[in-house]
Ligand binder design. Structure first.
Ligand SMILES: [Zn+2]
Length: 414
């Protein structure tokens, strides 16, 4: 291990920061409502700026309002080693989702500052604008512009429920920086996050080494049968779209079973027409969400799903049409960055296991342009996007320590 083997973040200061910033948009139930570019978000952005400047960092914005705090290195012509996540929340959000990644980054800056360590690269913490998508859809909007998934014009034109555009809110807060979003170079990017799932807690494991993010494909299925009178149409003479949909739903579940344990399939919305208690439904629409960490397996799941739907429709002599509505390819994080996380976790003697993220994160888009990895820590019962979201000081500190040492390793290797 490096000469800084004993270096750790200040866990109490980290916890204090988590508590302090939770007041910006804090809710009665102990969560946070801090929608992107709201007044509460402006408050936490001001706090971020002041706090980082106190460590001698410079704070800048790019044209999407992404906030960068930079601690100078010995070779300032090198691109920075970057850490970060987001400070915006869901309407009934928790105190850790995204926030831990930014404040954990600040804890790393503080550790470097307090120990007087000079890194080769500059080290930065970034707060990405509008990750949640709760106010301006879609999610991960500004990191998406950074990674080239969206244009700045598209992102700026997104409106909230009242018709205000993201661009207007960026201007109101004075967050439109001169640097064009995506022009900010970085040597590596590390994002610390709560798992938002139950796996680490169930296994009693402290550190999840995130190797990638699973792929996701969405479809809308429309089943067309024939409406008929519920009292006068004999059972053999019906084309009941809902009955066929019920069989299809069971088959959608069978797709995931056929690709166990990695395959996941979910039906979240189902609508029947004409929705009358004494009419045989003529049409049913339902959504299908298929996920797998392997793109090849996901492709196999999709083919299996399409085949099963056709078989159900043919057997019942109804029509089915299936439209893809969203496709998010599987992401594999940078092997060297992942190794920095894994080695740091082991050298710090934490229990460590590889894990694939089930949720999207800013790191997904950042990884398109910067070598990237993520660190997960457990959260209570896997609950997230919920005011009851909870993590321990011990785990928050452990994750930040792993990030600190991953950054120091990357500083030597990149
Ligand atoms: Zn998040």
């Amino acid at each position: 291990m490096s000469q800084y083997a004993d270096l750790t973040v200040n866990g109490q200061a980290l916890w204090h920061d988590l508590t302090t910033t939770a007041a910006f948009g804090g809710t009665a139930k102990g969560g946070i409502c801090r929608l992107a570019l709201s007044d509460e978000d402006f408050q936490v952005r001001a706090w971020f700026e002041q706090t980082c400047k106190a460590f001698g960092c410079t704070v800048t914005y790019d044209s999407m309002g992404n906030q960068f705090a930079r601690r100078a290195g010995l070779q300032n012509d090198l691109p920075p080693i970057m850490m970060g996540s987001h400070l915006d929340t869901q309407v009934t959000g928790g105190r850790f989702d995204g926030i831990l990644g930014v404040l954990g980054g600040i804890a790393v800056l503080r550790a470097l500052h307090d120990a007087g360590i000079h890194t080769r690269h500059p080290v930065e913490v970034v707060n990405w604008t509008n990750e949640e998508g709760a106010r301006f859809s879609p999610p991960m909007l500004a990191s998406g512009v950074f990674g080239g998934a969206f244009t700045e014009e598209f992102a700026g034109s997104r409106t909230d429920a009242t018709g205000i555009t993201l661009r207007q809110e960026l201007e109101r807060g004075g967050f439109v920086g001169e640097e064009h979003c995506g022009q900010h170079p970085a040597a590596a990017y590390f994002e610390l996050h709560i798992e938002q799932g139950p796996v680490l807690e169930a296994k009693g494991c402290t550190i999840g080494v995130v190797t990638g993010v699973q792929g996701m494909r969405w479809h809308e299925v429309v089943v067309r049968g024939r409406s008929a009178h519920a009292g006068t149409t004999p059972m053999p003479m019906r084309k009941d779209a809902l009955l066929v949909a019920a069989r299809m739903i069971d088959q959608v579940n069978a797709v995931a079973q056929a690709f166990a344990p990695d395959g996941l399939s979910t039906i979240g919305i189902i609508t029947a027409f004409p929705a009358s208690s004494n009419v045989v439904p003529r049409e049913v629409r339902f959504t299908v969400d298929l996920r797998n960490p392997s793109e090849a397996a996901l492709q196999g799941m999709e083919e299996d799903f399409l085949r099963r739907m056709q078989e159900c429709a043919q057997a019942a002599d109804v029509e089915v049409s299936i439209m893809p509505t969203w496709n998010s390819p599987a992401v594999h994080f940078d092997k060297r960055c992942v190794a920095c996380v894994r080695e740091s976790g082991k050298e710090l003697n934490y229990s460590v296991q590889d894990i694939v993220s089930g949720a999207g994160h800013d790191a997904v888009y950042v990884s398109r342009v910067v070598p990237t990895a993520m660190i997960f820590v457990p959260c209570w019962q896997g609950i997230s996007h919920n005011e009851a979201e909870s993590a321990t000081q011990e785990d928050a500190t452990a994750g930040s320590n792993v990030m600190l040492h991953a950054v120091l390793m990357a500083d030597q290797e990149f």
